[in-house]
Design a protein around this ligand. Structure first.
Ligand SMILES: C[S@@+](CC[C@H](N)C(=O)[O-])C[C@H]1O[C@@H](n2cnc3c(N)ncnc32)[C@H](O)[C@@H]1O
Length: 174
């Protein structure tokens, strides 16, 4: 299967992404984490499993069935709130965040959700070396363009250990 792009994306983040999110979440002492697109709570579970006891996670999902499933996952964890609604709108009301995982909904204004020093993560990116030779994403990728041209972000691409997937991470500096 070609992994250049995967339609609407998988309903759960890859383990390598989850591990990376957990590393960032573990540093959010007294902090607040937002997730755009809960799915059934896999990415949120990675973050909640690692984040300090005084950290809070708000994750937002449009699909009510997935919201119900994720709420069951976190029923015993009062640090985690699963919100039903549009991810950007709901997180904007609760901003600013120390970490935002963008995985569903409008991403173009996601930097606004961060405090200065906060971090933004996008997944579902294919490393250039793993793209077909004729892929247009080799020279023109909207996600990379967004990350690497926004003057508010210091950003980089992190290639996952499978060498077939990567994510983009940026820190808000202004
Ligand atoms: C790739 S899945 C999320 C996976 C999840 N973040 C994880 O790591 O397990 C994307 C989710 O975003 C949801 N979604 C799409 N548009 C949305 C929006 N505007 N607001 C909230 N959720 C949205 C979809 O219903 C879907 O469940």
């Amino acid at each position: 299967m070609a992994l250049e792009r995967r339609g609407d994306g998988p309903s759960a983040c890859l383990p390598g992404v989850g591990r990376f999110l957990a590393v960032l979440a573990a540093g959010c002492v007294g902090g607040r984490i937002g997730e755009m697109g809960t799915g059934v709570g896999v990415g949120a579970a990675w973050m909640a499993s690692a984040m300090p006891v005084d950290c809070r996670l708000v994750t937002v999902e449009l699909d009510p069935v997935r919201v119900a499933a994720a709420r069951r996952v976190f029923a015993d964890d009062e640090r985690v709130e699963v919100v039903h609604g549009d991810s950007f709108d709901e997180l904007q009301r609760r901003a600013p965040f120390d970490l935002v995982f963008v995985d569903g909904g409008r991403s173009d204004r996601a930097v606004e959700l961060l405090r200065i020093g906060g971090r933004l993560v996008f997944d579902d990116v294919t490393p250039v070396e793993a793209l077909p030779a004729d892929s247009p994403y080799r020279t023109n990728d909207p996600k990379r363009d967004f990350f690497f041209t926004d003057p508010r972000l210091v950003a980089t691409e992190v290639v996952l250990p499978d060498l077939r997937n990567s994510l983009l991470v940026g820190t808000r500096v202004r």
